[in-house]
Design a binder for this molecule. Structure first.
Ligand SMILES: [Zn+2]
Length: 313
């Protein structure tokens, strides 16, 4: 898979001007960084991400636009690489990572993680140089109507190292899987660490149910979350970020208080994306803290989640 992915990138960067330009632009992208509660958060000024950050994801807007992940609407230059039965791997033409993939289902079907967490672990197993991520339908996915994962090269998200320093509490375990709560406020992260993907997928189902309770989720809805998974040696590491809210109040604020930031997995992993330069210049550690406090699970609900998991695991 490693060589196939490299070939896919080389072909796309040679043939597809939009991708070529946007990956080239990424080489000189501006970044700055802050430390919040011992964790590193970078800020990346990335104008090409405006479409995603400003995406209208209400039901009416979604219904009225052609779905950009359906095969018939892909750019004519775009090449797909099959993954398992249901997915195809595409180069993301609006990258945040030097290597950025989108992995949609072949069918136009809703963004849902139930029953698909194992697919994410399989993808991490196949693409070992990548972190795999999932944005819930109301947590940053710009196509909530078309199931997709994304992947980005390892060595970019501060979270890959930061989580190890923040292990606070073991919430439960099975033979080859442990579930941790991190002490990383204001983010409030759960981690599944496992050497057995079938077992990890089974425990994920329990976590999913506990999230529904803690986040007060309607029965037919998915509990709000972002997920990042990668393989480290024989272990799968999955960081789960329970979410209280889709977009922070600064997203809709008027005047000086406005910041066009729509947090998703990458931001939770420690890289905040600002498509507008004015936001990149003015954003502070305090504002990042406030954004995380608003969109991540509230402290009382995180406590409920931990108590529930300790009872069930
Ligand atoms: Zn579609």
């Amino acid at each position: 898979m490693k060589e196939q992915l490299e070939t896919l990138f080389n072909k796309q960067l040679a043939l597809w001007n939009l991708a070529k330009q946007n990956y080239k632009a990424l080489e000189t992208v501006q970044e700055k960084q802050f430390t919040i509660n011992g964790n590193c958060y970078k800020v990346q000024f990335n104008p090409a991400r405006i479409t995603s950050s400003a995406a209208k994801v209400d039901a009416k807007s979604i219904q009225e636009r052609p779905c950009f992940l359906c095969r018939q609407n892909l750019s004519s230059e775009q090449i797909g690489l099959a993954f398992e039965q249901n997915y195809q791997i595409l180069v993301n033409p609006f990258p945040i990572f030097q290597r950025h993939l989108t992995v949609p289902d072949k069918r136009h079907t809703d963004q849902r993680i139930a029953g698909r967490f194992i697919d994410m672990l399989n993808l991490a197993d196949a693409a070992t140089d990548y972190v795999i991520f999932y944005n819930g339908p109301h947590c940053g996915a710009s196509a909530p109507d078309h199931m997709h994962f994304q992947a980005g090269n390892k060595g970019f998200l501060p979270l890959e190292d930061d989580w190890k320093k923040q292990k606070a509490e073991k919430l439960g375990n099975a033979a080859e899987t442990t579930i941790w709560a991190l002490n990383d406020e204001p983010r409030n992260t759960l981690v599944l660490e496992s050497t057995n993907k079938t077992e990890a997928a089974k425990l994920f189902e329990t976590v999913y149910e506990a999230l529904k309770v803690a986040l007060h989720t309607q029965p037919q809805e998915e509990p709000m979350m972002n997920l990042i998974t990668w393989k480290e040696g024989r272990r799968w590491i999955t960081c789960l970020f329970p979410r209280a809210k889709h977009r922070p109040s600064c997203y809709l604020a008027e005047g000086d208080k406005n910041l066009l930031i729509s947090p998703a997995s990458v931001d939770m992993g420690g890289v905040f994306i600002t498509p507008l330069e004015k936001d990149f210049i003015k954003i502070t550690a305090e504002e990042i803290t406030t954004i995380l406090q608003e969109v991540c699970i509230q402290p009382d609900d995180f406590q409920t989640l931990k108590t529930q998991l300790k009872a069930w695991l």
